[in-house]
Design a protein around this ligand. Sequence first.
Ligand SMILES: [Zn+2]
Length: 200
Amino acid sequence: MNWWLIKRIGNINYPNGQLNVLPAKLQCLYKRIKHYQRSLARKRNTNGEKATQSNNYVQTKAKLQRDYRKIANYQHDLIQKFTTQLVNDFDQIVIEDLAVKQMQMTHVASKGLHRSLFGYFRRALTYKCEWYGKDLVLADRFYPSTQRCSHCGHVKTGEDKITLMGNQKHHTKHNEYICYACGARLDRDENAVRNLLQLI
Ligand SMILES: [Zn+2]
């Protein structure tokens, strides 16, 4: 049985749905993290280099790190369970090397977390595939899974390209893939997934 996976902002998409690595449960932790970060930045702005020596600063920083750890632990646990389920259910798994897509995520404040999370996911999946003798295919980072039409193979270029915001020239939404060569209308993620599956 074939498989594919895409890591998108906050989610890992797969044929049966999405694994949300940022559930509501973690949203309030993220809010708190933002609050601590602002507070620390303010202290540094006001007191300069001396700021980091104050008790208050050290305490806030410790709280911030504690919340980061809580989130990471929770997400690592999710990923461990998820990767175990994947190697149990499937013999072939395709994942996309998202270095390029990660760069498109720079507007996301917590990008660092997501980056390390994808790395963690890939490492866990790699050694589990080895343990259980499953095939893991890493799609080339330059494979145009987003721009390619999974029906006819046409690859969008220039102004026709779709971005995270859709396409301005054709007024399409971020989740639409419309092929101007064969007329296919597809869900953007589904189309990308079908393209990845064609690599096997
Ligand atoms: Zn097409």
